[in-house]
Every structure is written in structure tokens, then in C-alpha cells.
Design a protein around this ligand. Structure first.
Ligand code: SIN
Length: 485
């Protein structure tokens, strides 16, 4: 059904300490496009999660003792294998998650790029010397791996969200336990298969798959042998995981929800702004934390921009991700569709006007039409909540001050975007936006060399870049005395 060239990449059980832990207890992974069974997967729980933590702890001394160059070599092979199997990995990802195949293959390349980048960056974990206060002493700073790292990751990027955490962790010398979303375990298991083929030793990269998110999450957030916990997902769940981590004072990094503004100023190149907004909004059918959630357009270009934007969105083709030419896939499940549909109808009741779409799509149960709402205000439900669907609310604004004020009027602070060609305005707006990431004349900003992360209730910590590596290292101060001549 999946037409894999290498059928061994479709694994159906947790990968712990280098072994595939099969059992009769399974659950079904379904294709969101058509409800077909993709695979029956062994349903692991608390016991297996504890075993994975134990394995990661046991593997830590040998892995952290390897030279950065030796770790780099193994990670580089992992990267090469992922790229070699990009097509198969993309097919697995599309089958379990729904995004179009070209986009799924793009995600594999994106996830793999973190492994390649961090493999190299691991060689540049520099320490420091600091002038001491007395001549018989020396102050040194060394950096060491945090220890065992545990992650919980979402279904919207089943490969890349794990890759960018695990790559930084492994490069720093940490070992890793991944708990992917139960809807999308297969991409994570395929990564584990390739890690094994690359020669990454047993226990260094473990993947536990199962439906008991609460029980498994408790182990990963409260186990005394887990030194750091990293999560990507909603702000509500993140808050409760942070409080669970408090019991053992773990290092945490949290990549939580967003409510991204996308601002089009009257001096912008409108065609470029349309292309940027399409990429930012309709990628993954709007199911990303950095998706445009509110599109602000300056009043004097509102009509011209909206006309171009509606025309471009009309050209998007909706359907099963494995069909050629499809640009928007399904939502992850029927509940997600209900949530999106009710946000749209609530805002229409509040005065928003439907410029395009607004209905379920005929392609199947979980498909929703690419939708545009105009006459939206910043207080409507569709502007306050993370939409996570292919719906763009357009909000008009008067001037720069008005735009920045409305853009910042949210508890979230992950990504923001704006289009302008005025250099003074570019600096003012970039500095005025209370967000961790700002795309300036760009609708897509994620990449391995850059720090991904948010402020306010969008989380803390950074992924990618030297800052992302620092999140997996501890600083140790060495005070060397008795050096008097
Ligand atoms: C996310 O949804 O948080 C991930 C998006 C990205 O990496 O670009």
C-alpha cells in the first residue's frame, strides 16, 4: 500500500536499548486522508518507558565519553541514511500524518538537516578561562552533557520535531528517550531503524510508542534519572508538564503554542507578501505552531491585497497527500475539523465575512476547504485562539503603531511576520514585535542554523543553532588553586 522500496523501515514496536519490543497489545495507526489502517503498533506504557530511561542512563557514560568527532561520524551516517531513504520516509510520514508527499519529503530533509548541522556543531563546544581575583588561582569553565534527555513531540511534524531535539542532545553527548504522538509513531520508529543501521549504540536513541500519554509523560517528567525534558505541543499541556518537572527540578525546554501575526504594510511588495502568506498559512494545512494565525493588512492596500490573496488561495489543490499535485492535505482527525469549523462559524456569527471556503471539503471526512475571512477584529475567537487549520482571518489596520499593538495583544510570542520595503520601519517593527522569531519579507523562517523558539506563553529554550546546543549542556566552573610560585 505504501510502495516502500525498503519495507524494513516500517517498524511496529518501541525501540529500547537496541531492541524492538513487540507484544500482543497493539493499537491502530490510521491514515487521516481515508481512515485506512497504516499499521498496528505495539502499545507501550509506563513499564516500557521506564525501561527506556534505564537504557538511556546505562548508555550515557560511553556515549558522553566519545570524542565529538566520533559522535559526529555516527550522526553523519544517520543523516546520510535519512537522505538516502527520503522517499520512503516521506511516504510513511504522509500515510500517518496526511501532509502532501512533497511536503513530507521536505520535512525529512528538514529533520535530517538538524542531524547534519548538530553533528558538526558538537565539535565546537568551547569552554572558557576567566581572569582570577588572585594570582595563585585559575578559573576555568567547561561544558558537559546534561545527561539523559526525554522528549514528548506532536503529530504535526513526526520526524523534524524529534530530529531537532535528538540531534542537539546526541551531539552534546546526552542520550535520548523519544515519546512521539500516538497518532504518528511510524516516522519516529523509522528514524530509530536508521539510527541502528548508522551504528548509533543501543540505549543512545530510544523510542517508546503508546497511547498512555499521561502515564508515559509522568515517567518522562518525574523520573529522577531524566535530567532534561523537552516538549513541543500546546501551551495548556506544556504548563502541566512543566509543573510535573518541578518535582525533580529538571532542565526544561518548551516549544508551545503560537498566534502568529502576519503584517502587510502599504509599502510592501504585495505579490511577495501573498506568496509569503500562502507558505506560512497553508503549509501542513495550517497545522503548525508558526502558521500565520492573524493576517493584518494596512487599510489603503486591503482591497488590492485581499483580491490577490483570494485568487492565490483558490489555486491550492486539496486532497490525499499521495496524489500528485496536492498542496493541502487533511486535518489530523475529525475533532480537529470540528474545532476549526466551529471557530469559523463563531466568527461569522460575530460579524466576520466569508471571502472563500468555510465548508468541509469533499475530499473526505477530515478535509476542510482553504478559507479566508474578512472584516475580522482582533477580539474575535478566530483571532484569539490558535486555529491549526487552513483558515486565514484578515484584520485591517490604520498605521504602524496600531499594527504592532494588535500583533502583540496575545499571550503567545512564537513567530511573527511582516512585509515592508521601508528600512526604518523594518527596524522599528522588528524590534517592537514581542516574539521569539520574526520573518521580515519571509513567510518561512525555520532552519537548522537559526534559533527556533518563543517568548511569553509560547515557551522557553531554543532549538537549532549554537543556542539550541547550549540547551543540552551544563556549565561547570573549575576553581584551581595552590598555584603560587
Ligand atoms: C512547529 O509547528 O512548531 C514546527 C514548525 C517548524 O519547524 O517550522
Amino acid at each position: 500500500m505504501l510502495n516502500l522500496k525498503d519495507t524494513d523501515l516500517l517498524k511496529r514496536a518501541s525501540y529500547i536499548d537496541g531492541d524492538w519490543q513487540t507484544s500482543d497489545q497493539t493499537y491502530a495507526v490510521l491514515n487521516p486522508s481515508n481512515g485506512d489502517l497504516v499499521a498496528s503498533v505495539t502499545d507501550a506504557g509506563i513499564v516500557e518507558t521506564e525501561q527506556a530511561v534505564f537504557a538511556a542512563k546505562a548508555a550515557l557514560p560511553a556515549w558522553s565519553a566519545k570524542s565529538a568527532a566520533a559522535r559526529c561520524k555516527l550522526m553523519r551516517s544517520w543523516f546520510d541514511l535519512m537522505m538516502q531513504h527520503q522517499d520512503d520516509l516521506g511516504r510513511i510520514l504522509t500515510a500517518e500524518q496526511g501532509k502532501p508527499l512533497a511536503e513530507a519529503k521536505g520535512e525529512i530533509g528538514y529533520g535530517a538537516s538538524y542531524i547534519e548541522w548538530f553533528a558538526e556543531e558538537g565539535k565546537r563546544v568551547y569552554g572558557d578561562t576567566i581572569p582570577a581575583l588572585s594570582s595563585d588561582r585559575r578559573i576555568l569553565v567547561i561544558k558537559q552533557p546534561v545527561g539523559v534527555v526525554a522528549s514528548v513531540t506532536p503529530w504535526n511534524f513526526p520526524n523534524a520535531m524529534i530530529a531537532r531535539k535528538a540531534a542537539a542532545a546526541l551531539a552534546a553527548g546526552c542520550t535520548f528517550v523519544a515519546r512521539p504522538a500516538s497518532q504518528t509513531p511510524l516516522s519516529a520508529l523509522a528514524m530509530a531503524e536508521l539510527a541502528a543501521r548508522a551504528g548509533i549504540p543501543p540505549g543512545v536513541f530510544n523510542v517508546v510508542v503508546g497511547q498512555d500519554s499521561r502515564g508515559m509523560g509522568k515517567v518522562l517528567t518525574q523520573h529522577p534519572d531524566v535530567a532534561k525534558f523537552t516538549f513541543t505541543g500546546s501551551t495548556a499541556v506544556g504548563k502541566s508538564l512543566i509543573s510535573q518537572c518541578a518535582t525533580t527540578v529538571k532542565r526544561v525546554s518548551m516549544e508551545l503554542g503560537g498566534n502568529a501575526p502576519f503584517i502587510v504594510f502599504d509599502d510592501a511588495d504585495l505579490d511577495a507578501a501573498v506568496a509569503g502568506a500562502i507558505g506560512s498559512k497553508y503549509r501542513n494545512a495550517g497545522q503548525t505552531c508558526v502558521s500565520t494565525n492573524r493576517l493584518f493588512v494596512q487599510k489603503n492596500v486591503l482591497e488590492a491585497f485581499t483580491e490577490k490573496f483570494v485568487a492565490a488561495v483558490k489555486c491550492l489543490s486539496v486532497g490525499d497527500g499521495l496524489q500528485a499535485g496536492v498542496s493541502v492535505g487533511p486535518l489530523i482527525n475529525s475533532q480537529a475539523l470540528e474545532d476549526v469549523a466551529s471557530l469559523v462559524s463563531e466568527s461569522i456569527d460575530q460579524g466576520a465575512v466569508l471571502a472563500l471556503g468555510g465548508q468541509r471539503h469533499e475530499a473526505g471526512e477530515n478535509f476542510y476547504q482553504p478559507t479566508i475571512l474578512t472584516s475580522v477584529t482582533n477580539t474575535m475567537a478566530v483571532a484569539r485562539n490558535e486555529i491549526f487549520g487552513p483558515v486565514t482571518p484578515i484584520i485591517a489596520f490604520d498605521d504602524e503603531e496600531d499594527a504592532i499593538k494588535m500583533a502583540n495583544d496575545t499571550e503567545y510570542g512564537l513567530a511573527a511576520y511582516f512585509f515592508s520595503r521601508d528600512i526604518g520601519r523594518i527596524w522599528r517593527v522588528a524590534e517592537g514585535l514581542e516574539y521569539g522569531m520574526v520573518g521580515i519579507n519571509e513567510g518561512i523562517l525555520s532552519n537548522a542554523a537559526a534559533p527556533f523558539g518563543g517568548v511569553k506563553q509560547s515557551g522557553n529554550g531554543r532549538e537549532g543553532s549554537k543556542y539550541g546546543l547550549a540547551d543540552y549542556l551544563t556549565i561547570k566552573y573549575l576553581c584551581m588553586g595552590g598555584l603560587a610560585r
